[in-house]
Design a binder for this molecule. Structure first.
Ligand SMILES: [Ca+2]
Length: 594
């Protein structure tokens, strides 16, 4: 891809800089007034911002080849014409990180511009967060609240998947949302299968799987109304391509035809019933449904680009496309007796601190960003708070807890750009009680990883070895020690929590659940005693049996957490669940109710 077209007002000057110096001198007199005018115009018209957030989209699950030098960073089948167009207009950020390898932690991090350790929400269902933040996150400033404080008349909007830990977007600085009325978590963290994700009673109509098309219409509708009228910040959070896989019949058939034409295996391609496709089982059908779902998700981007162009706002809008964590759907390969997952060339996927879990497909276009560019400077989603603050020319303060740095320099200079981040590096502190616990920090070209259960350390040069094949820990002990010290100091400084803290919180929470179940049983039993039915003993026995099923499950959950403390593997297949069940089965004594 060439540099012949550079998007945006700031970059008009760059177009000329590509020309020879003599040419530059001869034309300078002609363009100088224009540059001056453009600068004035830019000062008067703050840029717009759009964040499009995919859910569980893997690094190599689009038709954009993330790295020019590595064909395996592009999917063999999936088509994303919207993202292709965005990559033509803007730059691919090949070392762009999500804040965590699982959902909620990333969502709350991006909203508050802080690492997951600092915002104290490190993984889905972070049990220690409730201990550290009993009053929630109302005292933290969101990216939308920061934009409202910019003094630039920004209108803010959020459409799509919620953030259960944060609460409602319409109470968090977003003027316009599509949240379910009355629901505490807005649109909840449900996976877009139901209008009411908690009760799960009202599925979406067949022409709107995973809300993909209503989201597209909401986004386009917002732009039609506000683009060019008022500066805006809009975030669109998809439910796709998280499981369950869902797509319209039309998109499925279109992709199936292409799958057959391209000569891929038709194993598992039996006919599917129904007027839309939901979670098919056969291998080929799964691949096709996954591709169709991603293609339908991508239509939002197609529509956004079209409306912005029609409105003349494309060149004044930063469009940031990225994913909340690495690919949920990974290729599985058995190596050395261990099941391993891969996302293109990257190891592992969602739920892992290896690159496949945190390095996410990211394309950004906007004023000053090179068209068709590729940039390998490591960036992280909690940089966006400082970035939007900077680029909007905000008159308000940067929220005091902001951890990231503005990406302006990287946007303007590509690989020679620098990020002045508040945090000492890009930290991933994954203390999850049911996965391998790993804490890592990226500084420069290197990533240091500490296994929090075994204490083992690993070091990778992720610039050259993003596949993480060559552990440099033994050959660079001083670098390992220095980076690990920076990592631990930062965690201590922000009270990022240890795995012991998390496990203790989990065990305590389960004890609380057990006590609640016992209390419920005794209350029901008292009611039953008062009624004194003829089959009292039979009913009591049934209630007690149900209680013991619950208690035993809870004990298994506690035992699994204890087992995970001894899980020294870097990958998921721990066997902790099976081992916990075995132990509890061997020692379990029913609660008698006494
Ligand atoms: Ca996710």
């Amino acid at each position: 891809m060439g540099h012949d077209f550079v998007a945006g007002r700031h970059s008009l000057l760059n177009v000329f800089l590509y020309n020879t110096e003599s040419m530059f001198k001869s034309i300078f007199k002609c363009i100088a007034p224009f540059v001056f005018a453009a600068t004035l115009l830019a000062a008067e018209t703050p840029p717009n911002f759009i964040i499009i957030y995919a859910d569980d989209l893997g690094y190599a699950d689009t038709s954009v080849q993330m790295m020019d030098a590595d064909p395996s960073t592009k999917h063999k089948f999936i088509q994303t014409p919207g993202l292709d167009k965005l990559a033509e207009l803007g730059t691919r950020y090949t070392a762009s990180y999500s804040p965590t390898p699982t959902c909620t932690g990333s969502r709350i991090s991006i909203q508050h511009g802080q690492s997951s350790a600092k915002i104290q929400y490190r993984y889905v269902f972070d049990v220690y967060s409730a201990v550290q933040r009993p009053d929630g996150y109302d005292d933290e400033i969101t990216i939308a609240e920061m934009m409202k404080d910019a003094g630039k008349n920004y209108i803010t909007a959020h459409f799509g998947k919620g953030c259960s830990a944060m609460g409602r977007f319409d109470e968090s600085g977003y003027d316009i949302t599509d949240e379910n009325p009355g629901e505490a978590g807005g649109n909840g963290n449900g996976h877009g299968s139901y209008w009411d994700p908690i009760q799960k009673k009202t599925p979406f109509p067949p022409d709107n799987p995973k809300r993909m098309h209503s989201l597209r219409k909401s986004a386009a509708g917002f732009l039609k109304e506000y683009a060019g009228e008022q500066p805006f910040f809009m975030m669109v959070s998809h439910y796709a391509p998280h499981i369950p896989f869902a797509c319209t019949r039309e998109a499925f058939e279109r992709n199936k035809k292409r799958w057959i034409e391209m000569g891929f295996s038709t194993d598992g391609m039996e006919d599917l019933p129904g007027d839309f496709i939901l979670n098919p089982k056969g291998e080929a059908n799964r691949e096709i449904a996954y591709a169709a779902m991603i293609e339908e998700m991508d239509m939002t981007l197609v529509d956004i680009l079209k409306v912005l162009k029609d409105k003349g706002e494309l060149d004044n809008t930063y469009i940031i496309f990225t994913s909340d964590n690495g690919g949920g759907k990974a290729d599985k390969v058995e190596i050395d007796g261990e099941k391993r997952r891969f996302n293109g060339p990257l190891q592992e996927g969602k739920r892992s601190i290896f690159e496949g879990g945190i390095r996410v497909p990211t394309v950004i276009s906007g004023p000053g960003i090179r068209a068709g560019g590729e940039c390998n400077v490591p960036i992280v989603q909690w940089d966006l708070m400082a970035t939007l603050h900077d680029l909007s020319g905000s008159n308000g303060p940067l929220p005091p807890n902001t951890d990231g740095g503005s990406l302006r320099d990287v946007f303007e200079k590509g690989n020679s750009g620098k990020v002045a981040r508040v945090a000492p590096g890009i930290l991933h502190h994954y203390t999850c009680h049911y996965h391998p616990t790993i804490s890592s920090i990226i500084i420069g070209d290197y990533k240091l990883m500490r296994h929090l259960a075994s204490g083992e350390l690993r070091l990778y040069n992720i610039k050259t070895d993003y596949a993480e094949q060559n552990n440099l820990a033994d050959s660079m002990p001083e670098k390992v020690a220095a980076m690990d010290a920076i990592r631990q100091n930062y965690v201590d400084e922000v009270d990022g929590g240890s795995t012991d803290d998390v496990r203790a919180a989990h065990l305590k929470l389960i004890d609380k659940f057990c006590q609640q179940s016992k209390d419920q049983y005794h209350n029901k039993l008292a009611e039953l005693k008062a009624k004194n039915p003829s089959d009292f003993e039979a009913q009591k026995s049934k209630m007690l049996k149900e209680l013991n099923v619950k208690l035993k499950k809870n004990f298994e959950s506690k035992e699994e957490t204890r087992q995970m403390a001894k899980h020294y593997s870097w990958r998921e297949s721990s066997g902790a669940k099976a081992k916990a069940k075995e132990i509890v089965d061997a020692t379990w004594v029913d609660y008698t109710g006494e």
